[in-house]
Design a protein around this ligand. Structure first.
Ligand code: SAM
Length: 447
């Protein structure tokens, strides 16, 4: 028995459900596994690995939960602690037939578990629009995606309805819908107190609204990956039926390794604690039927100006980065890098939605030149700056805490690294330095 009891109505429903039954309740009172997903190209952390997660490249179970905060590589975006069930998305993305440069929407994206997975899958190709409707949560999403370090990402803060401004735009939409959260009853026992039958009904209605609101933003022939972390059919199989019957979706079959099992009536797939080493997770893949795709006319945002010719030369960005394969834009005092292959699509998104982060901010414009930006430091391959100072773990944690300490090195900009992985910038002044690690990212606990 866990410290918090199950809500009575939930317990009764699960016991009476032939699909679930008492074994699920017993599993929800056992210990949750710990898992992480590694960044595909950053430094591999020294964690206590137990085994690989069979349905996700770079996904690993750990023997126990370490203090992630006290590992500088966590702050450098070298890995993301993520529940193993959610990582099924990796197998799904590899199975659905999509173009080489797909445009992907992650509609309910904060704090960024699925978005960092999608960014790894895309590996710099195509475009990810990562959206979160709740503003404070969109800022956490921005931080996690900045640390993950890809420039083919736009973070937005919009209601699903706003996506009607982008008709026929996305090849894939991931809808990890807000839900009643029954699948989190083990990892977060307190969440049992928030559950009610009324909330299940409310969530199911909201999920239908979300599906309907974004249906037109998906291209004909495109895909919706619908998921929740709950076990009831109202929020899962019945919403798949809604998409099939009311929106004209087609249910796509995906081959997932056992013990992930098919949903009720063969609709979607479940990770069930006790059977699968994961928390509760439901996922179904839907296809929007083929049809005419209207020709898109891309728009631009007036105050975002592309930098070319002399304006580019004057900035001397080459001192800090490889400028090939990107287009550069000035927005207020920031210089943004967008991959050239999707720069038109990114500008179009900027002109239609509320933007939290666009591409990679590579520098801020100052009166006397440019200051390199921390998003550049954390990018997975853009920054080529050669003046670097490698720190030992204790000093790296002090740096991430926002401290200054005595450090030998040349005057000027220096990139701080730990195990060869960039953490951020300092401005060296001789025997001391200005710590430029962003205030809002600093470690708050004593290090
Ligand atoms: N995909 C995220 C991840 O993997 O880290 C987790 C997303 S969580 C299950 C659902 C998200 O939907 C929350 O961030 C929540 O703020 C957001 N949300 C809440 N109400 C919403 C609404 N009406 N429309 C869209 N998203 C909503």
């Amino acid at each position: 028995m866990g410290a918090v009891n199950f809500p009575k109505a939930f317990e009764k429903r699960v016991q009476e459900d032939l699909f679930l039954g008492q074994p699920l309740l017993d599993a929800l009172d056992s210990t949750a596994p710990v898992s992480v997903r590694l960044h595909p190209s950053k430094t591999k952390p020294e964690l206590d690995f137990l085994s690989e997660i069979p349905w996700c490249e770079n996904g690993f179970y750990l023997k126990e939960r370490p203090s992630f905060t006290l590992d500088p590589l966590f702050h450098a975006g070298c890995y993301y602690p993520q529940e193993a069930g959610s990582m099924v998305l990796d197998t799904i993305l590899r199975q659905i037939p999509i173009s080489e440069e797909p445009i992907v929407l992650d509609l309910c994206a904060a704090p960024g578990g699925k978005s960092t997975l999608i960014a790894s899958f895309l590996d710099g190709k195509g475009l990810l629009v990562s959206n979160e409707v709740i503003q404070p949560r969109s800022r956490i999403l921005k931080e996690n995606l900045a640390k993950w370090g890809y420039s083919n990402v736009v973070v937005t803060n919009n209601d699903p309805k706003d996506f009607e401004r982008l008709p026929d735009f996305f090849d894939v939409a991931v809808i990890d819908a807000p839900c009643s959260g029954e699948g989190m009853f083990r990892k977060d026992p307190e969440s049992r107190n928030e559950w009610s039958e009324d909330n299940v009904q409310l969530c199911a209605a909201r999920q239908k609204r979300i599906l309907a609101d974004v249906w037109d933003t998906i291209k004909s022939g495109g895909y919706v990956i619908y998921s929740t972390c709950t076990f009831n059919s109202l929020e899962n199989e019945e919403n798949v039926d809604f998409a099939i019957n009311e929106l004209g979706a087609e249910l796509i079959s995906i081959d997932l390794p056992r013990p992930i099992r098919m949903g009720r009536n063969g609709s979607g797939h479940y990770c069930i604690p006790g059977e699968t080493e994961a928390e509760g997770f439901f996922v179904a893949v839907l296809k929007k039927r083929d049809g005419e795709i209207g020709k898109l006319k891309y728009e631009t945002k007036k105050d975002v100006k592309q930098l070319t010719g002399n304006a580019m030369k004057d900035l001397k960005l080459e001192e800090f980065m490889d400028t090939a394969h990107h287009d550069f834009f000035q927005w207020n005092d920031s210089i943004l890098a967008f991959p050239s292959a999707v720069s038109q699509q990114m500008q179009h998104v900027l002109s239609k939605l509320r933007i939290v982060k666009a591409g990679t901010i590579v520098a801020d414009i100052q009166r006397k030149g440019i200051n390199p930006h921390h998003e550049l430091a954390l990018h997975n391959n853009l920054c080529t700056y050669s003046k670097r100072i490698e720190l030992e773990k204790d000093q790296a944690l002090q740096y991430l805490h926002g401290d200054t300490f005595s450090l030998s090195g040349e005057h000027g900009w220096q990139l701080i690294t730990y195990q060869n992985q960039a953490l951020g910038w300092i401005k060296h002044l001789g025997n001391r330095f200005n710590n430029l690690y962003p205030k809002e990212w600093r470690i708050r606990m004593r290090v």
